[in-house]
Design a protein around this ligand. Structure first.
Ligand code: MG
Length: 368
């Protein structure tokens, strides 16, 4: 039995990971779970999967599992750690697990966006492997495994375009949180759904792809594809284009990561292409300014992507609470990015978790 730890088991990815584990209950054994605020669900998961260890923000009685801090849970013995905590909270435990040599199935975006170099260095040093839990990166991973790296002209990931894809540009400024949270294809948590509406998520995914596969930025593109059936494409130097298609269902990349690339029967509905339209659109700068702002920060590297990711997360929270207008999310992010030299003043250029966490603190204070 393969021992699995899930960080963020009560979130959307965590719950779907447990669905796959439930289907393959003879292959996988849950040894650790961590949950956030949904303590009732965490209790139910503990009752069903009987992990040895559990980490919880709330504490209190949690069945037979031993309550330990998240950072301790991240380094417990396991064959695979699923990193599915949303936001910057997922950063440190993921890095600790990689340093300890644990193979990581990675759903937490911030790990590669904020600290891609650190994560990859840690993995290289310890021999840990990283398996992507994301439809686009899972698609790229599968395609790139079949193509000679020397023959890659460019890779493309797709974006559904989010809830605001078809809204008139004039109305964009005043959209309400409930409009943004109605995502057309994927059922996900609020942060990621907002990031899909702004395409911040797609900029993060380009940064992730750059780190995960070692592909230079000028060879990575994103395109709007409303149907969410094509997730990734790879173009080779001879002009061939290879695409990966599947029904949009996160359990597919999750399962592929849990099995480390091995193909097994899945819970995912077979794809019926008859009568399907496959549409592709360019990403409009006016509709998705945050995409370009974050991507620019990614290309600059160093602490800039940290500033962009944290500022957009903080601004996004303000928007969801009704404190700022939708259009201010990008403005706040851009303005904060301009402060990167001041923010990182006194910090050495070298990326380290300490510096990243310091920058995060400074930005959080800045937004209070
Ligand atoms: Mg994705």
């Amino acid at each position: 039995m393969k021992k699995i730890i899930i960080l963020g088991s009560t979130g959307s990815i965590g719950q779907q990971t447990l669905e796959v584990v439930r289907k393959y209950s003879r292959k996988f054994k849950i040894v650790g779970l961590s949950g956030g605020r949904n303590i009732a669900l965490l209790r139910r998961q503990i009752r069903e999967f009987k992990p040895k260890f559990v980490a919880s923000q709330k504490g209190g009685k949690l069945g037979g599992a031993k309550l330990i801090p998240l950072e301790k849970l991240a380094v417990q013995k396991c064959a695979l750690l699923v990193s599915a905590i949303a936001g910057v909270a997922g950063l440190k435990p993921t890095l600790l697990a990689l340093k300890k040599g644990r193979n990581v199935a990675l759903a937490n975006k911030e790990s590669l966006v904020l600290a891609g170099d650190l994560m990859l260095q840690a993995a290289k040093k310890s021999g840990a492997q990283i398996f992507p839990i994301d439809s686009e990166h899972s698609g790229l991973w599968q395609l790139l495994n079949k193509v000679d790296p020397k023959t890659i002209r460019r890779v493309v990931i797709t974006a559904s375009g989010g809830a605001l894809r078809d809204i008139p540009l004039t109305k964009l400024k005043n959209v309400k949180p409930r409009q943004v949270l109605a995502h057309p294809t994927w059922q996900m948590g609020t942060k990621i759904t907002l990031d899909c509406a702004t395409l911040a998520n797609k900029a993060f995914e380009i940064i992730e792809a750059h780190h995960l596969f070692g592909i230079p930025y000028e060879k990575i593109e994103a395109v709007i594809h409303p149907q969410s059936l094509v997730h990734a494409l790879v173009e080779t130097t001879d002009g061939n284009v290879f695409a990966q298609l599947s029904n949009p269902d996160m359990r597919l990349p999750i399962q592929l990561a849990l099995f480390e690339g091995r193909r097994e029967a899945s819970l995912v509905k077979p794809l019926d292409l008859s009568g399907q339209k496959l549409e592709f659109r360019k990403i409009e700068a006016k509709r998705y300014p945050l995409f370009f702002t974050i991507l620019q920060a990614g290309k600059r590297g160093g602490l800039a992507p940290v500033v962009a990711a944290v500022a957009s997360e903080m601004a996004g929270r303000k928007f969801l609470k009704g404190e700022i207008k939708f259009s201010k999310i990008e403005r706040f992010t851009r303005k904060t990015l301009e402060l990167t030299p001041q923010i990182s003043e006194g910090l050495t250029d070298k990326l380290s978790t300490k510096n990243i966490l310091k920058v995060i603190e400074i930005i959080k204070k800045h937004f209070e």
